[in-house]
Design a protein around this ligand. Structure first.
Ligand SMILES: Nc1ncnc2c1ncn2[C@@H]1O[C@H](COP(=O)(O)OP(=O)(O)OP(=O)(O)O)[C@@H](O)[C@H]1O
Length: 716
């Protein structure tokens, strides 16, 4: 079946479920989900923005002056009226005839990231959970507070960690009749080149356009996430690969635009026949989307800051790319908001091309325009305000996307789970039948029955039961990836309850330590991200610049190369082992397929010829030439046949043992791969695992040696 994405042409502000023509049957509205930590003033702002900003919310935030900046404010921020004005004193001082006044959907002054998120971003995030794409970005000159707003610090988690918490809380608070699959990607645009922050070795990322999928980047690594902490670890891993450098204005300046995307797939829970899973869950009116998967995307974007020319050549080059792409963004937005139908130059920069779908109206938008408070940045601040005013004129017309075929991962996994469950059922029935036949004896003689039972035992241990375990494991694994309100524990990253206890002092918010950098710049400079643990840790300050690869005014910080090399080495090692395991399995399968009589030995000889290296490595001490000769002599006499039959049995034991060991090895390696994938592998743990694997191999070799001795003794 062809992929079919339903995009009904509904009016922009009348969001309708693609499946239902009445809005009332949809999931609860975002307003209903506003958390208890939203203050009264925030709620009134939300109500107001519902009317004014609605699908495009533009917020402007002015950061407090830093220690070495002039403390005298040049801007007056009226949060109640969502207004920003140039201070009268400053206007008079500088001879400005007119006092500039700007109105937005919300305005902020200060460091409170939770308030900013609740008012300006939360609704966009919740929209995504309800099937509407949303794009959130921070725009402003360098050092104005974009990263502070988007990522934040341990003490002031920004938009991204708060959005992560909200996404999982949303699922937990659902009635249980929907299931979700979350996948994430993280990329950056550095000097007009796209880099995959979750897979930095991948270099040739390209932008493609598809009739139903729209504009997308490929090949881009996507990871499925199942907990807030795991998601934050993926982000930290991406952050560690981000291009960051020291500029004249910001010690820790983002030199690239980053786009973090969370794709939410959701569907109504049904059994294989498409009926609701349980009567209790079926009391909601049936909707057309019961038959499909709703797919939506949340893009969280931290743009690089515009900046003036600098003396450093590398920085100048970066700055030119940054300024050009921001200029294109401005141009694109002004063309979009023009009444006339003009050509929109999306293709003039990678940023606008990637954001094409979002900017052209298919996504809900939230923009945080950040300003520096000082007089010396007045010109840039006015430019940012003009940009923000232009964005305010965008009228998004987002629509639900419904996938009706197996293209959605959640659907594919559900189907696979059902198929596996049915296979598991068949295997169970087969085992039961075999057991019954074994106990009834089926008219066999005692000797025959004993032999049959031995074979059955072998097949139970090494055949059907293994298949059953493998099936169960795969079912468990897939089931864990699909989230429902009852499968995830509401373990938020942040404990906002601390806010109330401390009378509104939000700096005491708790966040699982190590997932975000500390606010203190000295401590931050000494943070080193460890991809094996997925955590940032602090080094003694004296070591920090070297460890963080501080470039002075020079090159980009591509941190932790050695750590990546470490992981890469292990992945290669694991790949090699996988290869060996695959070949060994093939060998074992061929032995099992052959007769249980002496021909096994000749089979080994043949295999030895074909797979010289593998076989010699795994069975180094066995004398196969002698084995071949012995096989040749098998016709010579009954005693030889008996002896070979005995050897054959011994070899089969070895093979079974190897198979068992290999299964264990495989499991260990899969675990290691998972650990590496989710950034949870710890150096000691990895070393222990590798040592264990060596021990297994040694054990296999020792076993071979003792078998060889026994065989030699048998041969006399
Ligand atoms: N609202 C705020 N409250 C307190 N400190 C802030 C705030 N915004 C920014 N800062 C501080 O200002 C400095 C610059 O902020 P940040 O790195 O977020 O700027 P940026 O706009 O992302 O810069 P660049 O474009 O160079 O990456 C940081 O030290 C940050 O901690």
């Amino acid at each position: 079946m062809k992929p079919s994405s339903l995009r009904p042409s509904s009016p922009a502000v009348r969001l309708r479920s693609p499946t239902s023509l009445t809005a009332s049957t949809g999931p609860p509205s975002p307003t209903a989900s506003v958390s208890s930590s939203t203050t009264l003033s925030e709620q009134s702002t939300l109500r107001r923005t519902q009317k004014r900003g609605h699908l495009c919310h533009v917020a402007v935030r002015i950061r407090p002056p830093s220690d070495n900046e002039d403390r005298k404010p040049i801007w007056v921020v009226d949060e109640q009226q969502s207004k920003i004005t140039l201070s009268e004193d400053f206007a008079i001082e500088t001879g400005r005839r007119r006092i500039d006044e700007f109105h937005f959907d919300s305005t902020f002054y200060g460091s409170d990231n939770q308030h900013l998120y609740n008012v300006a971003v939360k609704r966009a995030v919740l929209s995504t959970m309800e099937g509407i794409d949303a794009t959130v970005f921070a725009y402003g000159q360098t050092a104005s507070g974009k990263t502070y707003s988007m990522m934040g610090f341990e003490e002031q988690p920004g938009v991204i960690p708060q959005a992560v918490d909200d996404v999982f809380s949303y699922i937990v608070n659902q009635p249980g009749d929907r299931e979700y699959l979350l996948r994430v990607s993280y990329m950056e645009i550095y000097n007009e080149t796209i880099r995959d922050l979750l897979n930095p070795e991948q270099t040739d990322l390209r932008i493609h356009e598809h009739r139903t999928r729209g504009v997308y980047v490929s090949p881009l690594k996507e990871e499925i996430v199942t907990t807030p902490k795991q998601l934050m670890k993926v982000i930290s891993r991406g952050e560690a690969n981000r291009s960051v450098g020291a500029t004249d204005f910001n010690e820790h300046s983002s030199r690239s635009h980053t786009i973090f995307s969370l794709t939410v797939e959701s569907r109504r829970r049904t059994d294989t026949s498409g009926r609701p899973e349980s009567p209790a869950l079926s009391d909601r009116p049936s909707k057309k989307d019961d038959k499909g998967v709703t797919v939506s995307q949340l893009n969280l974007i931290d743009l690089a800051g515009s900046e003036k020319a600098t003396e450093d050549a590398e920085r100048r080059k970066e700055g030119a790319f940054i300024n050009k792409s921001l200029l294109t963004l401005g141009n694109v937005i002004s063309k979009i908001t023009e009444e006339t139908n003009t050509h929109i130059p999306y293709r003039d920069s990678k940023l606008t091309r990637i954001l094409q779908s979002s900017l052209s109206g298919q996504s809900r938008i939230a923009v945080i325009a950040t300003l520096s408070p000082t007089a010396k940045n007045l010109e840039e601040s006015l430019n940012t305000l003009k940009f923000a005013s232009r964005v305010k004129r965008i009228v998004p017309k987002p629509e639900y996307t419904l996938i009706l075929d197996d293209k959605a991962l959640i659907q594919k996994y559900r189907r696979e789970i059902e198929e596996l469950k049915s296979k598991l059922n068949d295997t169970n029935l087969m085992l039961e039948r075999e057991r019954q036949m074994g106990s009834q004896g089926g008219g066999l003689s005692d000797a025959e029955r004993q032999r049959y039972e031995e074979q059955l035992h072998e097949s139970l241990i090494f055949g059907d039961m293994q298949a059953r375990t493998a099936l169960k494991e795969r079912i468990d694994h897939l089931t864990k990836l699909i989230l429902t309100s009852s499968t995830i524990t509401p373990k938020p990253l942040m404990d906002w309850s601390m806010v109330d206890k401390t009378g509104g002092n939000r700096s005491s918010v708790m966040l699982s330590s190590g997932l975000l950098p500390p606010a203190d710049p000295v401590a931050r400079a000494s943070m080193v991200f460890d991809p094996r643990t997925g955590r940032s840790s602090r080094l003694p300050v004296s070591m920090a610049p070297a460890a963080a690869g501080k470039p002075g005014r020079g090159g980009v910080l591509n941190r932790q190369l050695s750590d990546r090399a470490f992981i890469q080495k292990h992945i290669e090692e694991i790949d090699k082992r996988d290869d060996r395991i695959a070949k060994l399995e093939e060998f074992i399968a061929s032995i099992k397929a052959s007769t249980k009589e002496v021909s096994t030995r000749s089979k080994i000889s043949e295999y030895e010829k074909e797979h010289n290296i593998i076989f010699k490595a795994e069975f180094p001490k066995l004398d196969f030439a002698a084995g071949g000769a012995a096989h040749g002599a098998s016709a010579a006499g009954a005693s030889d046949v008996a002896r070979l039959a005995q050897q054959n049995r011994e070899l089969e034991v070895v093979v079974q043992e190897h198979q068992h060991q290999i299964e264990m090895l495989k499991k260990k390696l899969e675990e290691a791969q998972d650990l590496i994938r989710f950034g949870e592998a710890d150096h000691l743990e990895m070393t222990k695992m590798v040592e264990e694997q060596h021990e297994f191999i040694e054990a296999l070799k020792e076993r071979n040696i003792s078998i060889e001795r026994e065989l030699k003794a048998l041969r006399g």
